[in-house]
Design a protein around this ligand. Structure first.
Ligand code: NAG
Ligand code: NAG
Ligand code: NAG
Length: 670
């Protein structure tokens, strides 16, 4: 291949920005996506055997079943991860309720429940005769206990939002205390356990009757649940007897679990195991409570089409957009703006914040022909790293890691990393260690170059080199995990002669990454990992067809891009489905309801009108992925999907121009 040809390829690649960073649906890793859960049901399955010291009693007076705990009760605990699945942090905002009856007036700090690790109590509630002690992140808030030992049923709820905790008893009394905490607190779910009736932060075991311990993340359920303080007539049901106690039996037809709703029980809560919802007793009738949780719509919604929602004008064309959520700060999108202006040492990339349902420019971040942005969190700190291509392909360029300053609410430069025409940064963790993989593309005309995996050094609090891996025309690192195996796939685009070459998957073993499998790719710029029904898949975006296999240089933008499926038994990925793609530099997998979708970018390097369409595919059983939507859009480089208020939005970055777009999903109900 002549120098001219190399130049041409470089130019084509740069000008058309057939360039990609990583593409993964970024869901905030705070565990706020679960519905109401009853800790007791999780700890003591209804049909399982009862732990020692626990018995089920039937309270004749109120017609309810409840658990009774004796002093010799054994530890009742389960890992928090069995409820908080595939997320990292304990919800920052939550409500928790329990329903109890206690007749003992001399309580020695009895435990109702706790969520804790060995060193830290995330949340717990202890009772003494005088106080109800709510602990959050090892800090105690004490509320006066004026009612709980009268041997009657009571509902106690705590709601934590921002810097307050509110206790609500029987929906009648509400008391608010200031909560001393960092917001967000980032309490790691990993290694935490949930305990019922016996816990480290309280001295003794609970010795009354306990019905439910209901946990709901992200909502002030008490406020929504409790009826207005002065009962309005609308709530009145003319079946309600004036003397409720004499008519209890007339309500038992609702079922034994629900019979506890009497006129006296205004505001009592219960958890319906069948509908997995919370119910509140309002004047003798159990009413469903709506929470912030995504609730199943009565009809099933399916993607109908996408409509343009907002144009985002970025400082220059952008080949990557990273969407991320910072708890307490909001949702952000940062565009990797390749600065095409010659003779300018530095360019800028635009950081946008989702404000009142649109993205607004928030900060300009210095970058030098940015190729990819990568957001991550270490401890309580937020970071944003940029892969800088630089302005001279033969020289070392600094790529930058920025750190969020909590008080200024801006990103500031934190560390620089020397890179050669960097295309991608990929953050991942393995066993609590933090890593950042950099894809170096080439040094001048030489595609073979060391790419670098950095590791966070806890002492210096900086990234240091962990391993170098020689790569050839590298474009994208994609980390993924299958069971306990950690993988890194590299997309390699060009070896100086042809784009038809091998890309590699590495596996982490004995503290380093070792080759696992090679896969033939054609101008590969992106890997997308996703799972469907517990099976692992890897899709490659093949962007460019150049070399002896296409000596006439025809339709260089048109390639076959494939999805590979992991066969765990054979320990290898096998081809699952192949698509003809046009200028594909990014695949994005997303789910709407139970449907799996894929969108593939089209950077529009050429071809007929028809070939400039962007396509969305939906998984349709044995037909695999079937194209369901075609769209004429700006040349798209990178796709991301996010949800807000039950609406689904798409962001794509414009590979050739300043106008990137937000699209909104329109649904049809079937
Ligand atoms: C490239 O960037 C460096 C600093 O990063 C600057 O000194 C130099 O002038 C730039 N060169 C060109 C050709 O823009
Ligand atoms: C890269 O950053 C380091 C430290 O900030 C600085 O000393 C060095 O001059 C920078 N190199 C270039 C090429 O800008
Ligand atoms: C794509 O795959 C088809 C079917 O295997 C093949 O005929 C075609 O040549 C391939 N195209 C390219 C660009 O590799």
């Amino acid at each position: 291949m002549t120098n001219e040809a190399i130049m041409r390829l470089e130019v084509v690649i740069i000008v058309n920005a057939i360039i990609k960073g990583m593409a993964m649906l970024k869901i905030p890793t705070t565990c706020s996506n679960i519905g109401p859960v009853n800790f007791i049901d999780e700890a003591i399955p209804r049909l399982g055997h009862l732990p020692e010291g626990v018995s089920v009693v039937y309270d004749v007076k109120s017609h309810v079943h409840a658990l009774q705990f004796l002093p010799e009760t054994e530890e009742i605990k389960f890992p928090a991860t069995s409820i908080f699945k595939s997320c990292q942090y304990f919800p920052e905002e939550f409500s928790v309720f329990f329903i109890l009856k206690h007749g003992n007036t001399y309580l020695k700090k009895e435990c109702v429940f706790s969520v804790s690790t060995v060193h830290r109590t995330y949340v717990s509630v202890c009772l003494t005769s005088k106080k109800i002690i709510f602990t959050y992140n090892n800090k105690k808030s004490k509320f006066r206990n004026s009612i709980l030992t009268d041997n009657k049923w009571h509902t106690v709820g705590f709601s934590v939002t921002g810097s307050h905790v509110t206790m609500t008893t029987d929906c009648l009394n509400r008391r608010k205390h200031k909560l001393r905490r960092n917001f967000p607190s980032f309490l790691e779910i990993q290694n935490s356990v949930i305990q019922i009736a016996k816990c480290e932060s309280c001295n003794s075991a609970f010795q009354g009757l306990l019905k439910d311990v209901i946990f709901v993340p992200g909502a002030d359920v008490a406020r929504r649940t409790c009826p207005p303080k002065t009962p309005r007539n609308a709530y009145m049901d003319n079946r309600i007897p004036t003397d409720p106690d004499s008519h209890i039996s007339s309500y038992s037809s609702v079922g034994p679990d629900w019979a506890g709703c009497k006129w006296m029980d205004v505001g009592n809560l219960a958890f319906d195991v069948y509908s997995r919802s919370i119910k509140v007793c309002v004047n003798g009738i159990w009413k469903h409570v709506t929470t912030d949780m995504p609730v199943e719509k009565p009809s099933y919604r399916q993607l109908d089409y996408l409509e343009v929602y907002q144009d985002v004008i970025t400082p220059s064309a952008s080949i990557d957009v990273e969407l991320f959520h910072m708890p307490g700060e909001g949702l952000f999108a940062v565009f990797a703006n390749s600065n095409p202006v010659a003779n300018r040492a530095r360019g800028v990339s635009g950081l946008y914040k989702w404000t009142e349902k649109s993205f607004r420019l928030y900060q300009r971040l210095p970058s030098i022909s940015a190729q990819c942005w990568c957001h991550f969190t270490i401890g309580e700190n937020f970071y944003l790293a940029v892969a800088n291509y630089g302005n001279d392909t033969s020289k070392l360029t600094n790529s930058t890691i920025f750190k969020w300053h909590r008080h200024r609410r801006k990103f500031r430069e934190f560390q620089t990393v020397g890179t050669y025409t960097a295309r991608d940064m990929e953050y991942f963790t393995i066993e609590d260690e933090h890593y950042l993989a950099v894809a170096n593309h080439a040094i001048g005309p030489n595609q073979e170059v060391d790419s670098v995996i950095l590791k966070w050094d806890r002492k210096t609090r900086r990234f240091v080199i962990f391993q170098t891996i020689t790569t050839t025309g590298a474009y994208d690192w994609t980390y993924f995990r299958v069971q306990d195996y950690h993988f890194l796939a590299i997309a390699q685009a060009f070896n100086g002669r042809t784009t038809l070459m091998e890309s590699l998957i590495y596996v982490f073993q004995n503290d380093k990454f070792l080759p696992f499998q090679t896969i033939e790719t054609n101008g590969a710029t992106d890997w997308e990992f996703f799972t469907m029904e517990d099976e692992a898949y890897l899709a490659v975006a093949n962007a460019y067809n150049y070399g002896p296999q296409n000596f006439q240089n025809q339709d260089t933008y048109q390639t076959n891009s494939s999805i590979y499926k992991l066969d765990i038994g054979k320990r290898a990925f096998f081809k699952y489905q192949t698509f003809i793609t046009n200028s594909a530099i990014d695949w994005e997998h997303f789910m709407l309801g139970n449907d799996h979708y894929l969108v593939v970018s089209n950077a529009q390097n050429g071809g007929s009108e028809q070939e400039r369409l962007t396509t969305i595919y939906r998984l349709q059983g044995v037909d695999k992925f079937v194209p369901v939507h075609h769209m004429y859009l700006e040349p798209s480089a990178d796709w991301e999907v996010f949800e807000d208020d039950n609406d689904v939005y798409f962001v794509y970055s414009n590979a050739k121009d300043r106008k990137s777009q937000i699209l909104k999903a329109k649904f049809k109900y079937i």
